[in-house]
Design a protein. Structure first.
Length: 188
């Protein structure tokens, strides 16, 4: 476990890798590809806007910021999260417990919820960084992001950071790894 008196941090270096500090286990995932593929750390001006929407139900309010969404496909409660329909979220489409359990599966922090005016965005746990196969870095446990402007409603408790270089919402994953068919083993 990391030392309790040192904050675990991730710093995004300009047009390059993430520098992790004070984690109990440090594994290098960088292979230098960012130097050869034209990677830039800039957010695409045509990316999904940083806009948080609130969808009120009788028992729960669902908060959603598409600008944070990594398109991991965990919000699959079809009666609540309805791609292609307006509004996207029906906060009365299932029981509050079902909605809450689904929101807790969101790795990017795009989804959170409120009950009786109290927002529940954080899940807690020890700081850690994982790697989704052919997808983003999944950070949880409150790892601090240095020099990164957080989107509206974002929590440091859990975020998904771009690893493929194609995100339109850098430093966060936008799900573009699906579009570019990112393969972490390419070139092996």
């Amino acid at each position: 476990m990391a030392s309790a008196d040192k904050k675990q941090t991730i710093k995004h270096l300009p047009n390059g890798p993430y520098l992790c500090s004070n984690l109990s286990v440090l594994v290098s995932y960088a292979d230098g590809t960012h130097k050869t593929n034209g990677f830039t750390g800039d957010k695409d001006p045509d990316g999904v806007p940083d806009k948080r929407e609130n969808f009120e139900g009788d028992k729960v309010v669902v908060h959603d910021n598409r600008g944070l969404c990594a398109h991991a496909g965990r919000c699959t409660l079809e009666t609540v999260f309805r791609p292609g329909k307006e509004p996207f979220v029906d906060a009365n489409g299932a029981s509050a417990d079902q909605i809450i359990e689904t929101i807790k599966q969101c790795p990017s922090g795009a989804l959170s919820y409120s009950i009786d005016g109290v927002e529940h965005a954080e899940r807690g746990g020890d700081p850690q960084i994982g790697v989704a196969p052919n997808g983003p870095y999944i950070c949880s446990g409150g790892v601090k992001l240095e020099d990164v402007e957080l989107p509206e409603g974002a929590t440091l408790d859990h975020v998904a950071l771009c690893r493929c270089g194609a995100s339109t919402n850098k430093h966060f994953c936008s799900g573009a790894h699906w579009d570019v068919q990112f393969d972490e083993n390419a070139g092996d």
